[in-house]
Write a protein of this length. Structure first.
Length: 249
């Protein structure tokens, strides 16, 4: 049976012809292209992020989440894990220990309704604008923009507990608490964003003129904001890589 890939969202369809409309992004049939299977017939799936590898053995490291070969399982053409008796032995491939423990109700709801990607749009969308407002105030002396930046920082700080909680829940359940570089980097960036944001809000609250033109601390304050924005960007990039990094496969 033929396989067709939506070039807009990456959805895979099986059938003699592509669907009239993509069930995910509603793209028309002409946006689908046929997938031509080449190379080895053996396929390996990363149990952390879902990346599919074609080859005689799993890769030394997942290119998406950096998990080792022991986190890969062999799957069939449809992506279903092969039963234990059907798995040929392969050097470096070990079945990962899977806990027979279903996530709790709250965790299932968070993952089902994608609450982490929804909540993380607040810092990812608002913080760049807030830092731009702060830059206008610091370098052009328009104090009204500094006030706008401050209230944007407060707004993001209010949403941050939800972002952190849903992110932790996703990591522990969807990604099985994997301890790889990608996740450690995301956690480190989250800590940096949290600490710098608290610093910015608290400093401005106790010293309202800290970012004004005549303040000797305005460049330090602005530097903290830039550090926070860089950490936010890195965390967003890594999160996008985890979610969309498997599209090409």
């Amino acid at each position: 049976m033929k396989k067709w890939k939506c070039t807009v969202c990456g959805y895979i369809h099986e059938g003699d012809t592509p669907p009239e409309v993509c069930p995910l992004c509603k793209a028309p049939a002409e946006k689908f292209e046929e997938i031509v299977e080449e190379g080895s017939s053996r396929r390996w799936k990363c149990t952390i992020c879902g990346y599919i590898h074609d080859g005689d053995a799993p890769p030394e490291e997942c290119p998406i989440c950096k998990a080792g070969p022991d986190k890969f399982v062999e799957v069939d053409e449809e992506g279903n894990e092969l039963p234990a008796e059907e798995k040929p032995s392969a050097k470096g491939a070990e079945s990962p220990a899977v806990k027979d423990q279903r996530p709790g109700f709250l965790a299932r709801m968070i993952m089902k309704f994608h609450l982490h990607p929804i909540s993380v749009h607040s810092p990812n969308g608002i913080l760049p604008i807030a830092v731009i407002f702060l830059a206008v105030s610091v370098f052009l002396g328009i104090n009204g923009f500094e006030t706008a930046a401050y209230y944007n920082f407060v707004g993001v700080l209010v949403t941050l507990p939800l972002v952190l909680f849903t992110g932790y829940t996703e990591w522990k359940n969807r990604y099985k608490g994997a301890k790889t570089f990608v996740f450690f980097a995301k956690i480190a960036c989250s800590v940096i964003v949290t600490l710098t944001l608290i610093t910015l809000v608290a400093w401005r609250y106790f010293e309202p003129g800290v970012a004004e033109v005549d303040s000797p601390f305005r460049m330090i304050y602005f530097g903290i904001a830039v550090t926070m924005l860089v950490a936010t960007g890195i965390a967003g990039h890594l999160g996008g890589k985890l979610v969309f990094g498997t599209r090409d496969k």
